[in-house]
Every structure is written in C-alpha cells, then in structure tokens.
Design a protein around this ligand. Structure first.
Ligand code: FAD
Length: 264
C-alpha cells in the first residue's frame, strides 16, 4: 500500500483581501503568510498514520504549484511524510478544478500510490471539486467527507463518512481517493528534528513532459468562468450592554429584549 496526499498552498485564514471591480487582490494578503490549506493538515496527518500504523510503504506529499509551494511540502515532510513532489509547468497556468485534477491524477498515477488523500476543500478556491474530479480522471472510487478509517488492507478500505443525517460506513476496493473532514484526527505539530530535516530536503519537480496527463488542462481548459467576485456588504451592528442589580434582573431584561426583537 502506498499513500499520496495532495496539498495546496493557500492564504492564511487571517489574511484580509479586498475586491476591486470583481477581482481579488491575491497579492496583498494584509501581510499574512501563505499556509498549508488548513483542511489538508488532517489529510497529511492521516497519510502519515497509514504509514506509521498500517504499514503503508510511503506517504508522499504532492502539490501542483509554483516554487513557493515548496513551503507546504516542507511542512508535510516535517510532520512525517516520507517524500514530497511538486508539479509545475508554464502550460499549467489557467487550469481550473478539472485541469488541476487531471494534472494531479497523472502525478498520483506516476507515484504508484493506491490511496490518494485530499482535504475536503481549499479555503481559497473553496469548490471541493478537486478530489472527485481527480478520482474520475484516475477511474478510482471517491470516498468523500471521511471522518474515520475503520480498517485497511492491501486490497480494501472501510471508512466512516460524515453525512448530514449522521455517519455512514462504507467499504471499497483499492485504489481510492479520500477527502477528509476535521473530525478524522488531531494533526500533529512538525517536530524540531523534522523541521531541520525538511529544510535540507530537495524537492523533485515534475513538468508536463514527465507526466502522462489525460484530458484538458491549462489555458482555456476551465469549464467555469469566475467572472465576478463580490465582497460581502459590511454589516452595521449595535452592541448594547444590559445592566441590573442581580443576575435574575439582567436575565429577565435580556429575555424581554429578545422577546421584543422576536428572537424568542
Ligand atoms: C481568484 C480565483 C479565481 C479562479 N478562477 C477560476 C476560473 O475562472 N475558472 C475555474 O475553473 N477555476 C477558477 N479558480 C479555481 C482554481 O483554479 C482552483 O484553485 C482549483 O480549481 C482547485 O480548486 P479549489 O481551490 O476549489 O480546491 P478544492 O477542490 O476545494 O480543494 C480540495 C482539495 O484539493 C486540493 N488541491 C486543490 N488544488 C491543488 C493543487 N494545486 N495541488 C495539490 N492539491 C490541490 C486541496 O488542497 C484540497 O485538499 C479560481 C480560483 C481563485 C482563487
């Protein structure tokens, strides 16, 4: 069993962006650094656990992105991934979810992995489409919103999926694509030794010529046009402190207020 985990570099959750004429100012995140897509931390942790606890022969971190994305791969290595690979090519620019998934699928295939982990979504693009589209490109079974791995062998896996009305336990033959939710684990912090080792790692870069990419990618391949992005309108809020001589009096005044406002 070989495991690959796809991860993307995203802006920090505390980054602040402005939108001007339908265009996001991605280059100005308010001085905040880029990070490992927060959902991917759970995917990375689970990939490492399959290596540590279930005998996977490798846990490979994979990203499609520019040189700065080496930082997220180094974080994955520092956490415990055994290898990292970045795919980059001038011809990848303009790939939407479908193109990105086709590129990642080709790279996943090249690693020889039979389980590919993803986070449930990226916090910038936010589509949640990449895992299922990669599964489709690979012809593998997609297992989405996975909150626990119950058992895994060399030829099958049983997982718990989180669905709106509860949880669902499903078994599928390998190979599979798994997208995880945060209930699956508690991601570890990179160790000091891990950080030192990762900082010295040389990360191989695969280009389009190294991959057998099936399907569209690059300029003109996106089927969805993000033609306009708008900033949510700012909300006017009023803060009112309720005072009184006792907790009961304050609670009664609060209840009256909520009743008047038709909240209760
Ligand atoms: C400002 C902006 C404009 C965009 N405009 C368009 C457009 O016009 N048309 C269009 O089709 N798309 C557009 N996109 C989508 C963009 O191409 C997405 O980044 C890409 O489709 C991946 O989808 P996602 O970010 O929604 O990831 P999701 O599908 O939400 O991510 C799910 C999982 O896939 C992983 N993943 C996603 N991308 C990568 C990667 N590169 N390497 C490794 N893992 C990855 C994530 O880390 C996560 O684990 C735009 C995105 C932005 C931020």
């Amino acid at each position: 069993m070989k495991v690959v985990v796809c991860t993307k570099q995203t802006p920090s959750t505390t980054a602040t962006f402005t939108v001007n004429n339908g265009v996001v100012s991605w280059d100005d995140p308010g001085g905040k650094p880029n990070v490992v897509n927060p959902w991917d931390e759970y995917a990375i942790e689970e990939a490492i656990r399959l290596k540590e606890n279930h005998g996977a022969e490798a846990a490979i971190a994979l990203t499609a992105g520019g040189e700065s994305a080496d930082d997220v791969l180094k974080t994955a290595l520092a956490m415990g991934c055994t290898e990292a690979i970045r795919v980059e090519d001038a011809g990848f620019a303009g790939s939407g979810s479908r193109g990105t998934a086709n590129i990642l699928a080709a790279a996943i295939k090249k690693t020889g992995a039979d389980i590919a982990f993803f986070g449930k979504q990226a916090i910038d693009g936010d589509t949640g489409l990449t895992p299922v589209m990669a599964a489709r490109a690979l012809g593998w079974t997609p297992l989405t919103y996975v909150s626990a791995i119950k058992s895994v062998s060399d030829d099958s896996i049983t997982v718990e999926r989180q669905i709106e009305t509860g949880t669902q336990t499903v078994t599928a033959p390998l190979p599979v694509v798994i997208s995880v939710v945060k209930e699956i684990n508690e991601p570890r912090y990179p160790s000091f030794m891990g950080i030192r080792k990762a900082s010295r790692a040389t990360i191989p870069v695969w280009s389009a010529a190294d991959l057998d990419i099936e399907g569209a990618y690059g300029p003109g391949s996106a089927k969805v046009d993000w033609s306009e992005i708008t900033q949510p309108p700012s909300r006017d809020t009023v803060v009112e402190f309720i005072s009184g001589d006792s907790a009961e009096e304050i609670a009664a005044a609060l209840a009256t207020k909520l009743f008047e406002e038709k909240v209760i």
